[in-house]
Design a binder for this molecule. Structure first.
Ligand code: GLV
Ligand code: MN
Ligand code: MN
Length: 417
């Protein structure tokens, strides 16, 4: 494929300026003075960030729609038919970086502004969206907005989801003014391409500028609740305990050993571990923990889930505790559209960038949009492979390179018959 480049480039300073302005909403400081964000989905901070991005969309003269799960889409006034869509998310985890998701949304705006200032229009419209609750850190599952948009989750179920703080998605959407009138599932775009930071170490290690994403690995999230018996830490002999804390710790160790035994790309994480009553001299009565398992091979992922379930059952019997497991999210691995993946690679090369093909380790809205239309992603390198951490960082030149690849790919898709 010989992609034809349009003589148009994004404005690096304008893109970086918007990233900085969005970072000003609910900023946090991490190690070494690093600058990230804590903008959990549907909080006041999320509302403020939404309002800012919607104002920018309006300033560009775009048609802005809000759907019933709060996804916001801005479409160019030019073009006919289904739009070529880009976008990502602006919610963050509580310890988020300032690029995760935000880059994809703001690069989409930058692509459209570049077209406007360059007097370039396309036969198909361009659209940029931000999807509700991609992170899943407050409400599970993750990618909730794009999943609902793509018809993978009924809107009623999405709205009824209760978060870690007891809030309900539907109520929070109403509260922040983003329960929109447009229905879910939404209309299928002509194609979807998302720019995102890699959030892992591969591109930096390979020494390349652009990651060509082949797909997204499968994701399995479970919440396990262990109920034992609280008792005195000094008087209760070890063999008479029903220690929910000890059981949770064994599961955490098992998850790590299992991932190591299955080998890459299997990963396993216990990211939440809460004990009750959480006191120095009391055997824990209850424990809540989460198990996050991921693999590009669905069969191995299913096997990992099975092994965790068997281990939990055996442990419950041995320790005389009960363990209940609730699925929070389960997504099969996704392969992106081969033609579109090839187009991303050829375009990046034509722009003079070094490239590397890789699957995504993190979940993304593109993973959900792939159910509706040809989809692909562009990655930029993450310095030190750090993400979900205020220290998340991508070099300015790489952000610009990624946005230019996005620009050229979107223009090709919006122009091709
Ligand atoms: C969501 O972004 C995830 O990968 O956990
Ligand atoms: Mn993200
Ligand atoms: Mn994230």
């Amino acid at each position: 494929m010989e992609p034809k480049l349009v003589d148009l480039r994004v404005d690096r300073a304008r893109l970086l300026g918007r990233i900085e302005a969005l970072h000003e909403i609910a900023p946090i400081t991490g190690d070494g003075g690093s600058r990230g964000n804590a903008r959990l989905a549907l909080t006041d901070a999320d509302r403020e960030a939404r309002d800012l991005v919607v104002a920018w969309m309006g300033d560009l003269g775009l048609t802005v729609t809000v759907d019933s799960i709060g996804n916001v889409t801005a479409t160019t006034p030019w073009g006919d038919g289904a739009p070529v869509m880009t976008g990502s998310h602006i919610d963050t985890v509580r310890t988020g970086g300032r690029f995760d998701g935000n880059l994809g949304v703001l690069a989409g705006l930058e692509v459209i502004e570049t077209c406007l200032t360059g007097n370039v229009t396309t036969p198909r419209p361009l659209a940029v969206a931000f999807f509700t609750n991609e992170e899943g850190a407050r409400f599970a599952p993750d990618m909730m907005g794009s999943l609902t948009y793509a018809g993978g989750l009924a809107i009623e179920d999405a709205l009824d989801t209760v978060g870690i703080d007891g809030a309900r998605v539907g109520d929070e959407l109403e509260r922040i003014g983003y329960a929109g009138p447009f229905p879910c599932p939404g209309p299928a775009p002509h194609a979807f391409v998302e720019l995102h930071v890699e959030q892992g170490p591969v591109l930096e290690r390979e020494g390349v500028t652009i990651g060509v994403v082949t797909g997204v690995q499968g994701i399995s999230w479970h919440e396990l609740t262990v109920v034992g018996q609280s008792n005195h830490a000094g008087t209760t002999p070890m063999h008479l305990r029903h220690d929910a804390g000890e059981v949770a710790a064994e599961i955490a160790v098992f998850v790590r050993r299992l991932a190591l035994e299955l080998g890459p790309p299997q990963v396993g994480t216990v990211g939440v571990l809460e004990l009750q009553p959480n006191l120095v001299n009391v055997v824990a009565a209850r424990a809540k923990l989460t198990v996050d398992l991921r693999n590009t091979d669905d069969a191995v992922l299913t096997e990992a889930e099975r092994r965790v379930a068997i281990f939990s059952d055996e442990l419950a019997e041995r320790e005389h505790v009960t363990i209940t497991s609730r699925s929070l999210a389960r997504f099969a691995p996704v392969a992106f559209a081969p033609d579109l993946v090839d187009r991303v690679e050829a375009t990046a090369r034509e722009l003079g960038h070094s490239v590397f093909r890789l699957p995504s380790g993190a979940g993304h809205d593109a993973q959900m949009l792939a159910r509706m239309c040809p989809t692909a992603m562009v990655f930029t390198p993450s310095i030190g492979g750090i993400s979900h951490n205020p220290a998340e960082l991508t070099a300015d030149a790489d952000l610009e390179a990624g946005a230019n690849v996005l620009l050229q790919v979107l223009l090709q898709l919006a122009t091709a018959p």
